[in-house]
Design a protein around this ligand. Structure first.
Ligand code: NDP
Length: 478
């Protein structure tokens, strides 16, 4: 049987684009369909614009720091429309690069939605049908709103980058990466940020000590973080809410407790599990993401979908249908761009280079761009002590640049070490540029370095990271 293409990729995000390009480089005839913008979540509405907003928000603290260091500066105001215009120009530039890379790799681009018709055929929203020997689904995920009255009044991380104006106040629901990162970003940009997390501490799954320090730092910088708290109900604010006449609206000095900027017909009235109700300018849900599998024709093609809507794949990213593979967030394995890219490369290695390659999902370093930032690899103290006897090496201190500027922020450098093998099982850093540090510490941990290997490495002085190689005694064993 002859096909139109050797490979048809559905989805132009980081994983799909990389797989298409690398497959085409093997001489395969490749096409890719994208229904929205090339670049996907990471480039268009995720990592890239988020990180640029992290940079923008960081400047608010720099005025005070600069003054402490002897500069004569006065604080200016953040101009959101100016930043947003520059941001979108940058995203357009990056999207252009993605398109050029595909075109120069001889990948045919279809600006259309593609769905599966059968194991070798896709139907495009243009009505066209295309056949391929292999189909790779890389459609990513999308934010989900909780099922509660009025939830559609809220926004998600997708909407933040497109806002006409910065809200004066915002309530962020969730305690994961996205909620905690945007709490810091918006706080830094001058928005009054309240964050509700239903659990006991934000960033579930990360090292407890690191989570605690991140939460403490966020609060110190001004985020009004409420733990064990969730939203029950929300609706458009009425004048009565603003006048404090709604039952349950807390009053202070005869005035309703509302946050700046709320106005009738504009703000959102929110009732919380802690018994309070307040009006916010915006409510943002960061309550998790769902794989983009709806209406994809997966059932028709015989591709199995799991309980959370994810495409079920084996270690080689192959679905139950031998010609159909899936990579990235749509498989709900590890929702990180570099992981999707690796999965794409392993797929090409397996299918187009005859070298069956499993994706290695073990010991993935990652960073959470909260303020303060968190970098992490390997086991948390809590996970490790359930597996084997461990030693904890830990140092928490005020770094010299913060101490000089009169800031209270502390940093954390922590190693989780196996008593038996001496291997560093986990490394957790809370500090400025923790993401940069963990990329490098991650190499050592991935190589299986022992605590003694760390100790043999001469300190780089004066840095924060030198603590990683100078911690002599464990602070505790477990
Ligand atoms: P997460 O799964 O990390 O967090 C979702 C949060 O929402 C959790 O705190 C969860 O609480 C809470 N939640 C879920 N449902 C509800 C509900 N009905 N009511 C109230 N709270 C709820 O998802 P994110 O959307 O933050 O991020 C998705 C993924 O994207 C991450 O897992 C990560 O892999 C990736 N990402 C990575 C980044 C990075 O590398 N820096 C940045 C941003 C995203 P609970 O803990 O109780 O379940």
């Amino acid at each position: 049987m002859t096909f139109d293409y050797d490979l048809f990729v559905i989805g132009g995000g980081s994983g799909g684009v990389r797989a298409a390009r690398v497959a085409a480089a093997t001489g395969a005839k490749v096409a890719l369909a994208e229904e929205y913008r090339m670049g996907g979540t990471c480039v268009i509405r995720g990592c890239v614009p988020k990180k640029l907003m992290v940079f923008a928000s960081g400047y608010s603290e720099m005025f005070a720091d600069a003054r402490a260091y002897g500069w004569d500066v006065t604080e200016g105001a953040f101009n959101w429309p100016k930043f947003r215009t520059h941001l979108h120009a940058e995203l357009d530039r990056l999207e252009g690069i993605y398109r050029k890379l595909l075109a120069s790799s001889d990948v045919a681009i279809f600006d259309a939605r593609a769905t599966l018709r059968d194991p070798h055929t896709v139907t495009l929203s243009t009505g066209q049908q295309v056949t391929a020997k292999h189909i790779l689904v890389a459609t990513g995920g999308r934010p989900v709103l909780p099922d509660m009255p009025g939830a559609d009044l809220g926004i998600t991380s997708n909407d933040i980058f497109l806002l006409d104006a910065m809200p004066k106040s915002i309530l962020i629901i969730g305690g994961g990466y996205i909620a905690s990162e945007f709490a810091g970003i918006l706080n830094g940009l001058g928005v009054a940020v309240t964050q509700f997390y239903r659990g006991a501490q934000i960033l579930r799954g990360f090292d407890d000590e690191a989570r605690g320090l991140v939460a403490e730092g966020m609060r110190e910088k001004g985020v009004d973080l409420h733990l064990g708290t969730n939203i029950i109900e929300m609706r458009a604010a009425t004048q009565a809410d603003l006048d404090g006449q709604t039952e349950g609206t807390p009053m202070e000095g005869g005035k309703p407790v509302s946050v700046p900027g709320a106005s009738a017909g504009h703000g959102i009235w929110v009732k919380a599990t802690n018994g309070t109700s307040r009006v916010y300018d915006q409510v943002m849900f960061a309550t998790g993401r769902a794989p983009n599998t709806d209406g994809m024709g997966l059932d028709e093609a015989g591709v199995a979908v799991g309980r959370r809507g994810e495409i079920v794949v084996d270690d080689y990213s192959q679905t139950k249908v031998p010609s159909v593979f899936a990579i990235g967030d749509v498989t709900n394995r590890v929702q990180l761009t570099p992981v999707a890219i690796r999965e794409g490369m392993a797929f090409v290695e397996t299918v187009f280079k005859g070298n069956p390659t499993k994706v290695d999902h073990d010991l993935i370093p990652s960073a959470v761009f909260t303020q303060p930032e968190l970098g992490t690899i390997g086991l948390t103290e809590e996970q490790a002590r359930d597996i084997e006897p461990i030693e904890i090496y830990c140092s928490s201190f005020k770094p010299m640049n913060h101490a000089f500027a009169g800031r209270s922020d502390r940093v954390l450098m922590k190693l989780v070490v196996s008593k038996a093998t001496r291997k560093v099982l986990g490394c957790h850093i809370v500090a400025d540029h923790a993401g940069e540090m963990i990329q490098l510490a991650g190499i050592a941990v991935k190589m299986g370095a022992t605590k003694e290997d760390f100790d043999r490495t001469v300190a780089v002085h004066p840095t924060m990271a030198e603590e990683l190689v100078t911690m002599k005694e464990p602070v505790r064993t477990a």
